[in-house]
Design a binder for this molecule. Structure first.
Ligand code: NI
Length: 167
């Protein structure tokens, strides 16, 4: 297993759409494990393959306190969504920024696991928000893009300042 490098907004590679997975081989399983390890090490509650520069439709999520409820979703599709959420979200690619953006409160998601078995997941609250956030990454969308241009400019300036400080 290995922890992978997480791309930081506004890296252009975060905007590359991911392609559906067609082969459920050892390489995919390894990537799913590495993605989970990277998420736990960060630490974060979700990570999309896009964020580690692997442009496949694969996300991992664990919103549990005990960090023992890993969900791996391959080629996820939202089949139904309900309500509106007001949960603040953050992103490992946009460190230190937390905002509320438009999300459904509950979703029904169809996906494959890393072995290629299809399943349906009902999610609500933080788990639902997290899945929607990670699925956006697969389309090349970062959550701050829901915000006003002015806010996005401020966020980019703040992140550039953070990077200069850590350099
Ligand atoms: Ni994110």
């Amino acid at each position: 297993m290995a922890t992978l490098n997480i791309l930081r907004y506004p890296d252009a590679r975060l905007h590359k759409p991911a392609v559906p997975v067609t082969v459920f081989d050892d390489h995919l399983k390894q990537l799913a494990r590495d993605l989970a390890e990277t998420m736990y090490a960060a630490p974060g509650v979700g990570l999309a393959a896009t964020q580690v520069d692997e442009h496949k439709q694969l996300i991992v999520v664990d919103v549990s306190e005990r960090r023992d409820s890993l969900v791996t979703l391959v080629n996820p599709r939202i089949v139904e969504s309900f309500g509106e959420s007001d949960i603040e979200e953050g992103c490992l690619s946009v460190p230190g920024i937390f905002e509320v953006v438009p999300r459904a409160e509950r979703v029904r998601v169809r996906a494959y696991d890393a072995n290629g078995t299809i399943f349906t997941l009902e999610a609500q609250g933080l788990l639902a928000v997290c899945i929607q956030h990670e699925m956006d990454h697969l389309e090349g969308k970062v959550f701050v893009e829901y915000l006003s241009q002015l806010k996005q400019t401020r966020i980019r300036a703040k992140l550039a300042k953070q990077l200069r400080k850590s350099a």
